[in-house]
Design a protein around this ligand. Structure first.
Ligand SMILES: [Fe+2]
Length: 417
């Protein structure tokens, strides 16, 4: 990504020092959350060999080892160095390797060349993680040190690491899909059918408030909450399935220029797209490289690894539209959308733009969201790879319209349901 993320909401009054900030757990809970999130990263990396953890299969994807180290650098750079008196940086050279895109945090290694880095080794990265974890444990055990502002940065760091946990899976899947023998991350993994759900959730014309409200954690790009005019529109209760997509392919969908945005058809031609990402035709049958390795395409599973361009063309072919992010949020709030969360992210027709009144925070963490608000489209919901507890109704994921290595799928909308 362009990770979504991560600044405290500007203009939010800081609570008194004696109380935790909104959305941030008290010290013991924060220490527990820290240990749990960090352990989950290592659990995700555990099935991967040292060779697996070095590979970078394309500029947008990063090596597993890089994700493990970068998330560690985040806590070192933004929590320990400024807030832990006497903290000893593990290795001064690592900031150059593991700063992702924070211009205010100093120079950094080129993103497309992350796969060139064989040293530090996996074991040294594990030592780096352990060094930072020990210092974080000491800091989080000291209630006097844990100011509300610091607790909020730690909370951001945990949410940041959860985002990279999803990327660990999407990035290694892309690498495995490039491998002719299609290794399995988890040999037992299988797609499940989409939840059967016919029809549409009808939204009559009305004014609704969207965006994050309340005390729970959110990224700054989820606010300010504001009112929008929605409807009349219908939002499909169910996701588009592989069966639907195979019909689109059989009808010549990838070859019919009239269905596509100009940039989209250019991408089809330049990339040779004939099917969703990670699909391969073997002896006349379509297979998909999944986390469980290469498997025949399951017709009832939701289509996945499609770009915005493909989602838009499919919607046009189907005589439908993609929902706007406001339409998606209002429909999902009814609780009547099947598979809104935890299956595939759903493309919306909304460009990733600031909400009215949004201002990025000052400083390095302010670089996290605002500077990416151009040339990308919003996705809503969450995916099967999203870490537990990370999804929200108001969450705004975003990727360029050509990206399709994430777990991205389609939910349709109709203005004449
Ligand atoms: Fe990051």
């Amino acid at each position: 990504m362009t990770l979504t993320a991560l600044t405290p909401r500007r203009g939010t009054p800081e609570p008194p020092a004696s109380s935790p900030p909104p959305g941030s757990p008290a010290a013991p809970a924060l220490a527990d959350a820290y240990a749990r999130v960090r352990a989950h990263t290592e659990a995700l990396a555990a099935p991967l060999s040292a060779e697996d953890q070095v590979i970078q299969s394309m500029p947008d994807a990063s090596p597993t080892k890089w994700h493990r180290a970068h998330t560690t650098w985040f806590f070192e750079q933004f929590v320990l160095v400024p807030h832990a008196p006497g903290y000893r940086v593990f290795d001064e050279r690592l900031a150059f390797l593991y700063n992702s895109y924070y211009l205010a945090a100093g120079p950094r290694h080129a993103r497309p060349r992350r796969g060139m880095i064989t040293r530090p080794s996996n074991a040294e990265v594990a030592d780096y993680r352990a060094h930072v974890d020990a210092a974080m444990a000491r800091l989080l055990a000291d209630p006097a040190a844990l100011t509300p502002a610091l607790a909020e940065v730690v909370t951001i760091g945990l949410n940041h690491e959860q985002q990279h946990q999803e990327l660990i899976l999407t990035d290694i899947l892309h690498a495995f899909a490039e491998n002719p023998i299609a290794p399995a991350y988890d040999p037992a993994w299988r797609w499940r059918p989409a939840t059967p759900a016919d029809g549409m959730v009808s939204l009559p014309e009305g004014i609704h408030t969207i965006g994050h409200r309340g005390d729970g954690f959110s990224y700054d790009n989820e606010g300010p909450a504001h009112r929008v005019l929605v409807g009349p529109v219908g939002i499909a209760r169910g996701l588009v399935t592989n069966r639907d997509w195979l019909a689109f392919m059989a009808d010549g969908g990838y070859a019919e220029a009239a269905l596509w945005l100009s940039d989209g058809f250019a991408a089809v031609q330049a990339e040779g797209w004939q099917a969703p990402g990670h699909w391969r035709e073997i002896d006349g049958q379509w297979h998909a490289v999944t986390l469980g390795g290469s498997q025949p395409v399951e017709p009832d599973a939701p289509v996945c690894h499609v770009s915005y361009y493909e989602a838009d063309a499919f919607a046009r072919w189907a005589g439908r539209h993609l929902p706007s992010e406001a339409e998606w949020e209002v429909a999902a709030a009814t609780g009547e959308l099947a598979d809104a969360f935890g299956v595939v992210w759903q493309w919306t027709r909304s460009a990733y733009l600031p909400y009215p009144g949004y201002r990025a925070a000052d400083g390095a963490l302010g670089e996290y969201n605002g500077k990416f608000m151009v040339n990308q489209m919003v996705l809503r919901g969450s995916s099967l790879a999203t870490s537990p507890g990370h999804a929200r109704l108001t969450y705004r994921n975003f990727f360029p319209p050509s990206a399709r290595w994430q777990f991205t799928g389609v939910r349709l909308a109709a203005f004449s349901a």
